[in-house]
Design a protein around this ligand. Structure first.
Ligand code: GLY
Length: 372
């Protein structure tokens, strides 16, 4: 079966399942499942960084089906998430992950003025985390340790909020901050072999790089797979918004690293450098890498394009055929996700795995519209 027909079949299964799942979770903001049922991160957990993905899934379905019910459900979470601005303290750089798939998506698809206001507010908060001496966006707030100088690869995805804010307001400051951060990441995170660090610490006063950490990966110097996905797809997003050739070249370098490490069976480990046992997997990182490869392939000349598309398809077929639950018994689709290599728990469901899986299926189907 050709790719497009295969993706159409997968999309039909998604549509059938999500009609039921969306209906029974229409008042909630799910993150993961317990005994097959989605939980709810509204209320005092509203600033949790993945809270935008449920609304994002609803906007993907709205775009695909044209059914208003998905816009209505997406707006339930968008409305609840306005509470984040009151709470404030729980927010950090992930306002991009939170408000691009919700408020920006709503604005892009419907032109809602309320969504524009929410997204602009979030973009200003993100811009406020920029360290102008080190030219990086600070990732987290202080936890047990001083994180004033910490930046993480995941932030490459948050930059799309800044690109959107400049495009929308015609004020270049947001784009300038995003590009300075991307340049810093290019110079300090991406290694000569094309792999990426997860966390880099800079001196917050002088901007000098201090050290890197393994973060959610296996160890310092290793290659956390979801981080490779954030780097690959994130640099593609920066390229698409700026046209800066170096960003495309960097995305390609990370992709080429991934291509030499993706296993034959398409099942993605938590870290490309982890030992064979325990065989921890991360289906979520798999979907992010697949999405990045598909975006990169669109910009590659014929002859080069195929290898990126084929690698993305190997991953997506492995997910759809061996790690996806299209039945109604479990609210989530994608199984076997892992938060971090050293976490006690592995192989559970995550709302953002479903988001990137559905998004990638629509890319293969050829009906996607990039909301980032
Ligand atoms: N951005 C955090 C994660 O990917 O787990």
């Amino acid at each position: 079966m050709d790719r497009q027909n295969w993706a159409q079949e997968a999309a039909a299964k998604i549509k059938h399942k999500m009609y039921i799942v969306a209906g029974r979770n229409r008042h909630n903001i799910p993150y993961t499942t317990k005994d097959g049922k989605f939980d709810d991160w509204s209320g005092d957990r509203i600033t949790w960084w993945t809270n935008g993905f449920w609304g994002g899934i609803m906007w993907l379905l709205y775009q695909d089906t044209g059914e208003e019910r998905y816009a209505r459900i997406a707006r339930v979470s968008e409305k609840k998430m306005e509470q984040c601005f009151q709470d404030f303290y729980g927010l950090h750089h992930d306002v991009g992950f939170m408000f691009v798939p919700t408020a920006v998506a709503d604005y892009r698809l419907t032109g809602s003025p309320d969504s524009r206001r929410i997204a602009m507010h979030a973009a200003n908060l993100l811009a406020g985390r920029f360290n102008p001496v080190g030219k990086f966006i600070r990732a987290w707030n202080d936890l047990e340790e001083d994180t004033r100088g910490w930046a993480i690869i995941d932030c490459m995805f948050n930059l799309s909020l800044l690109y959107w804010a400049s495009e929308e307001s015609k004020d270049p400051r947001f784009r300038q901050i995003a590009m300075m951060h991307a340049d810093t990441v290019q110079n300090n995170f991406i290694r000569p072999d094309g792999s990426s660090c997860h966390i880099v610490e800079f001196n917050p006063e002088t901007g000098e790089m201090v050290r890197s950490f393994g973060g959610q990966g296996y160890k310092e110097g290793s290659s956390w797979t979801r981080g490779q996905g954030w780097a690959l797809y994130g640099f593609m997003i920066s390229y698409l918004h700026t046209g800066k050739q170096e960003y495309l070249d960097t995305a390609k370098r990370v992709a080429d690293y991934c291509l030499t490490h993706i296993p034959e069976n398409g099942i993605i480990p938590v870290d490309f450098c982890q030992p064979p046992q325990p065989a921890y997997e991360d289906s979520c990182g798999a979907c992010v890498i697949a999405g990045g490869l598909l975006e990169l392939a669109k910009k590659m000349p014929e002859g080069d394009r195929e290898k990126y598309e084929e690698a993305a398809m190997r991953i997506l077929r492995a997910i759809a055929e061996t790690r996806a639950d299209f039945g109604e018994g479990c609210d989530a689709i994608v199984q076997n996700c892992s938060g971090a290599y050293h976490s006690l728990e592995h192989h559970f469901t995550m709302n953002y795995a479903d988001y990137y899986f559905i998004e990638a299926i629509y890319k293969v189907k050829g009906t996607d519209r990039l909301l980032w």
